[in-house]
Design a protein around this ligand. Structure first.
Ligand SMILES: NC(=O)C1=CN([C@@H]2O[C@H](COP(=O)(O)OP(=O)(O)OC[C@H]3O[C@@H](n4cnc5c(N)ncnc54)[C@H](OP(=O)(O)O)[C@@H]3O)[C@@H](O)[C@H]2O)[C@@H](O)CC1
Ligand SMILES: Nc1ncnc2c1ncn2[C@@H]1O[C@H](COP(=O)(O)OP(=O)(O)OP(=O)(O)O)[C@@H](O)[C@H]1O
Length: 483
């Protein structure tokens, strides 16, 4: 029976009950019933359903009401039970449809890959720079005016993918799925994100839903690590640690008593100090407000190396990407690594890896090429639409944000991604339906960032700042993942 019919049944039952009670109250039950109470017929009469009439007759009005209410509640319960069964069946049907759709997309991807590998005109993802002898090898042109010294080491460190990371024939394929709020695409990834989100229960202890570390915060930049760390907490992490320089620590602490701030990043034994905390961290965000001083970059690099040994998901953003452009091997091929470049940072990385200028006409293809060159690392190229790729699959998140481009939005993204990544990697494989957990996590974080931007802009328009967006995390999260 369908929900609507069931609900109708419930309404009818209740209506009958009310009418019956009213009639009874007025003494206007059908004649037989009335005469029953007056004439008291012999008990042996078999022509009437005596038991029920007698039962009703002997009942007080209150009892009768109770009886009818009971029946209507029963009908209501039945309705909800059937409705739940119907929804479950509907969910199952959608899931089956979704996996059929995925299979079809995979088949299409393979077909396209076959076409593109057999066509000489189609450009191949170039993970090995030497494969195109006609393009002169170029030293990347780093345009930053603030950190000239950081360029010196570059050329000797930049390297192609290692032997185990060479592109295979199948890698050329990609399945592109575009998502925007309200379309079928969005509908199919957001449920995967939801499945990775741990339920809030009284059975857990502090720390279980996420202990996130941020490596960043120096004399110039105290806002960025704060934005990232507080966003992680507001998304649902239990503890958020900031590892910053001595000078930056009191400033960051003064912004928020919720953060745990370690003034160690510029200390002589920074790496050992931070390593002590690694066993307790679920994910690491490297770069917001890190700055580009050699000593800080060196410490960050060593911390990345040690975190990799522990399998900790590592999100690299901002100045952390400056480090990766100088030394790609620091994260290349690490399957729990996620890079979140803005266009400027992306260009730097691309040119460092490919030794040729970026062709900016096809961002998706470039992002895919860079991901492959980095050993299928997940790449989140931020912009008008956020492009997310692991070299094999491409998702785009083009959910409505706003026209505000204030600094710090990327920090909101990387901090929340730290939490989503922990949740996604911690989920059983069937939660993400076989999709790379990094992609699912990145889609969750980009959707959330854009939704926060949109909501904050509705309230503050031109004056919207990142703090306003962070205020929206709670309701944006609810709207996207809990409604
Ligand atoms: N409150 C704080 O503490 C905050 C601190 N932050 C921290 O600052 C540190 C440095 O980060 P960053 O992003 O400013 O450095 P970088 O990438 O060199 O950009 C420099 C120049 O590149 C350009 N440009 C940028 N984006 C572009 C785009 N999409 N497309 C095209 N061009 C683009 C633009 O220059 P323009 O060409 O417009 O003059 C821009 O000025 C880092 O640690 C970060 O975490 C921030 O998080 C903000 C909040
Ligand atoms: N052109 C755009 N249109 C809509 N949204 C955008 C646009 N550019 C960026 N965003 C949003 O802002 C988020 C952060 O991207 P942005 O380019 O500001 O990062 P960033 O420069 O690294 O930030 P930060 O100032 O923290 O360093 C993106 O994920 C996206 O949601």
């Amino acid at each position: 029976m369908h929900g609507r019919e069931c609900s109708l049944l419930g309404v009818i039952t209740v209506t009958i009950a009310i009418v019956a009670v009213l009639l009874y109250d007025k003494g206007s039950f059908p004649t037989k019933q009335s005469s029953l109470t007056k004439t008291n017929p012999p008990a042996s009469s078999s022509s009437r359903p005596r038991r029920s009439k007698k039962r009703f007759a002997n009942m007080s009005l209150e009892k009768l009401m109770e009886k009818f209410l009971e029946q209507s509640m029963e009908a209501e319960d039945n309705f909800y039970r059937l409705e739940e069964q119907r929804l479950q069946a509907e969910d199952k049907r959608r899931e089956e449809e979704h996996s059929r759709e995925l299979q079809m997309l995979q088949m299409l991807g393979q077909i396209f890959a076959g076409i593109s590998t057999s066509s000489p005109a189609t450009p191949q993802p170039s993970c090995i720079p030497q494969t195109n002898p006609t393009v002169p090898l170029m030293r990347p042109s780093f345009g930053n005016r603030n950190h000239p010294s950081a360029l010196n080491e570059f050329a000797s460190h930049s390297q192609p993918a290692g032997p185990g990371l060479l592109m295979e024939e199948g890698d050329a394929k990609f399945i592109e799925r575009s998502f925007s709020l309200g379309t079928a695409g969005m509908d199919s990834v957001i449920p995967l994100v939801r499945k990775t989100i741990p339920p809030l229960t009284s059975k857990k202890h502090k720390g279980q839903d996420g202990r996130i570390g941020i490596i960043g915060g120096c004399q110039e930049y105290t806002g960025a690590p704060f934005f990232a760390a507080i966003s992680a907490l507001k998304v649902g992490a239990d503890l958020s640690h900031v590892f910053c320089t001595k000078e930056a620590a009191p400033v960051i602490k003064s912004y928020s008593p919720e953060l745990i701030v370690h003034p160690v990043l510029d200390s002589p034994n920074a790496v050992e100090e931070i390593e002590k905390w690694l066993p307790r961290l679920h994910s690491l965000v490297v770069g917001p407000g890190l700055g580009r001083e050699d000593m800080l970059l060196k410490n960050a690099k060593e911390i990345i190396e040690r975190s990799k040994l522990r399998g900790i998901p590592i999100i690299i953003d901002a100045d952390g990407l400056w480090l990766v452009a100088k030394e790609p091997s620091v994260i290349q091929g690490y399957q729990r690594g996620i890079l979140t470049p803005n266009f400027m940072e992306f260009t730097r990385l691309y040119e460092a890896m490919h030794h040729e200028p970026l062709d900016s006409t096809d961002h998706k293809r470039s992002a895919q090429q860079l991901s492959i060159a980095m050993g299928n690392l997940t790449m989140v190229l931020k912009g008008e639409e956020d492009i997310i790729t692991d070299g094999k699959n491409i998702l785009t998140c083009s959910q409505e944000g706003s026209g505000r481009r204030c600094g710090g939005q990327g920090d909101l993204l990387s901090g929340s991604l730290g939490v989503f990544a922990h949740w996604a990697f911690n989920s059983p494989p069937d939660a993400t339906k076989g999709m790379n957990p990094s992609l699912v996590a990145a889609f969750g974080a980009t959707s959330l960032t854009r939704q926060c931007n949109r909501q904050a802009f509705h309230k503050h328009s031109r004056s919207t700042t990142t703090s306003d967006m962070i205020q929206e995390i709670s309701s944006a999260f609810k709207k996207l993942f809990e409604s």
